[in-house]
Write a protein that binds this ligand. Structure first.
Ligand SMILES: [Zn+2]
Length: 260
């Protein structure tokens, strides 16, 4: 599904130019230590570069993969991946609103670009954005650094543009295919690498009961739960959230965001 893969054109050049500025601003030493022997060198800035989000100062964050919740020891992070999707994202948003739960949406760049209205709705409801790469290549940890950079920075730009200027503040590699390079790149752009503790396997459509049971069984693993709002029929996900959100609250849990 390399819908964005054929040539970078002006868009890639713009992002590349913005990256040059970032390198200068955040200090070249980290970058040169991570860049390795690829053709990944920053462009020799000739023309004035345009920041990805004009006027926004990007603060680097920790490069380690976050799992903890900012909602304390009983905190739970609901994370929703692979959207936005015109059928399922509105239903997930409705359930989250019904139970007054804030979540983190890990968006695929092309999906965000196709559905900017949904990205804006997610932001308006108080949820956080997470960069889930341009084309969801779960083998991107085996690809070149130049490819990883394009996947992360282009998705960042696509999501930020679709949201109307709100940046993703996490980066979750598709399938967890992080590399030290991709973590450093994302963290330098203010996107904390984001993992998960409980894979609900909702993607396999095991049934609502099974999704709920997986969460209850594996919650001792940690607070970050992985769900999906795209990639097929997600009605089981919506129903599982409808069961879980009030139940976990009754059990004393609170909902928050992953730490940054
Ligand atoms: Zn995914």
């Amino acid at each position: 599904m390399a819908r964005h893969g054929a040539g970078r054109g002006w868009y890639g050049k713009l992002v590349g130019a913005a990256l040059g500025v970032t390198i200068l601003a955040t200090g070249a030493s980290v970058w040169t230590a991570q860049a390795g022997p690829t053709s990944d060198a920053p462009p020799k800035a000739k023309a004035p570069a345009t920041p990805a989000t004009p006027g926004v100062v990007v603060k680097p964050v920790d490069v380690s993969i976050a799992h903890a919740s900012d909602a304390g020891p009983q905190g739970i992070n609901i994370t929703i991946d692979d959207g936005p999707d015109p059928v399922w994202t509105p239903q997930v948003l409705a359930v989250l609103r019904e139970y007054d739960v804030k979540a983190t949406f890990c968006m695929v760049g092309t999906q965000a670009q196709a559905h900017p209205d949904l990205v804006k709705k997610v932001v308006a409801a108080g949820h956080r954005l997470c960069n889930h790469s341009v084309s969801h290549n779960t083998a991107m940890d085996k690809a070149s650094q130049a490819y990883q950079k394009q996947q992360i920075l282009d998705a960042e730009a696509m999501i930020t543009k679709a949201s109307g200027g709100v940046r993703p503040v996490y980066y979750r590699a598709p399938g967890g295919a992080f590399t030290p390079y991709s973590r450093t790149l994302a963290a330098g752009r203010g996107m904390r690498p984001l993992g998960w503790n409980v894979d609900t396997k909702d993607f396999e459509r095991p049934g609502t009961v099974a999704i709920v049971a997986t969460v209850e069984r594996e919650l001792p693993n940690g607070p970050t739960l992985l769900f999906h709002d795209a990639g097929g029929d997600r009605s089981q996900t919506v129903e599982a959230l409808r069961t879980l959100l009030p139940r976990l609250k009754e059990q004393g849990h609170t909902y928050g965001y992953p730490v940054r």
